[in-house]
Design a protein around this ligand. Structure first.
Ligand SMILES: Nc1nc2c(ncn2[C@@H]2O[C@H](COP(=O)(O)OP(=O)(O)O)[C@@H](O)[C@H]2O)c(=O)[nH]1
Ligand SMILES: [Mg+2]
Length: 201
C-alpha cells in the first residue's frame, strides 16, 4: 500500500465526538512515550501531523486521521504515566475501553511496546482487552534502532514470554528513525482494510 494523502480530522474524548464510522479504522495504543505519534508520522511520511513530545502524558485525547481518503488511523491516549492522578487514569480507561468495545468500524489495533522494556501490567491488560473484545491485533516493538540484533534476539523472548504472546499475534520491530517495519505494518493495514466490513452509518 502507498500513502497518498493524510489529514487530521478531529480529537475526541467520548463517542459523541468521534467522526462518522463510515470508513474502516485502525488504532494505535501503548504507554505514553512509547512512540505512537512518531510511528504514525513515519507511516504517513508526515513530520508533524501527530504531535510528538518529550514530556509523557500530554495526549489525553483520541486523535483521528484520514488516510488516502479511504481509511482512518486513530492515535489512542497513552497509559502508564506515573505522575497522572487516579481520576485521569480512570477516565483514560473508560475512554479507551469504550472506544475498543463500541467502534464498529474498527478493523484492528497495533499495541506498541518499547523494545527495551519488559511489558508492564498495563501492557498485559491492554493485550488481554484486545483478545477479550475480539479485536485483531499486532504487537509492535518500537525504537528498535536502540538495540543491536543480538540484544533484540534476547529481548524478543522476554516480550513474548511476559505478555504472553499467543501464536496468532505477530511481533513487528519498528523504528521511526530508520523506517524499519513500516512496509510490514502497511501490509497489515492493507489486509485489514481488504477484509473490512463497515456498518452503514
Ligand atoms: N530512537 C528512537 N526514538 C524514538 C522512536 N520513536 C519515538 N522516539 C522518541 O520517543 C519520544 C516519545 O515519542 P512520541 O511519538 O511522542 O511517543 P507517544 O507518547 O507514544 O506518542 C520522543 O522523544 C521521540 O523522538 C524511534 O523509533 N527511535
Ligand atoms: Mg503521542
Amino acid at each position: 500500500m502507498k500513502i497518498q494523502s493524510s489529514e487530521f480530522i478531529t480529537s475526541a474524548v467520548n463517542p459523541g465526538g468521534y467522526p462518522p464510522g463510515d470508513l474502516p479504522e485502525v488504532a494505535f495504543v501503548g504507554r505514553s512515550n512509547v512512540g505512537k505519534s512518531s510511528l504514525i508520522n513515519k507511516m504517513l511520511n508526515r513530520k508533524g501531523l501527530a504531535r510528538t513530545s518529550k514530556t509523557p502524558g500530554r495526549t489525553q485525547l483520541i486523535n483521528f486521521f484520514r488516510v488516502n481518503e479511504n481509511f482512518m488511523m486513530v492515535d489512542l491516549p497513552g497509559y502508564g504515566y506515573a505522575k497522572v492522578p487516579e481520576e485521569v487514569r480512570v477516565r483514560w480507561g473508560k475512554m479507551v475501553e469504550g472506544y475498543l468495545k463500541n467502534r464498529a468500524n474498527l478493523q484492528g489495533v497495533f499495541l506498541l511496546l518499547d523494545c527495551r522494556h519488559v511489558p508492564t501490567a498495563q501492557d498485559k491488560q491492554m493485550y488481554q482487552w484486545l483478545a477479550h473484545y475480539g479485536v485483531p491485533a499486532v504487537v509492535v516493538a518500537t525504537k528498535i534502532d536502540k538495540l543491536s540484533n543480538n540484544q533484540w534476539a534476547k529481548q524478543q523472548g522476554v516480550i513474548k514470554r511476559t505478555l504472553p504472546l499467543s501464536p496468532e499475534h505477530r511481533l513487528v520491530p519498528f523504528s521511526a528513525e530508520t523506517g524499519r517495519g513500516r512496509e510490514e505494518l502497511l501490509e497489515v493495514i492493507a489486509q485489514w482494510i481488504a477484509q473490512a466490513t463497515v456498518p452503514n452509518p
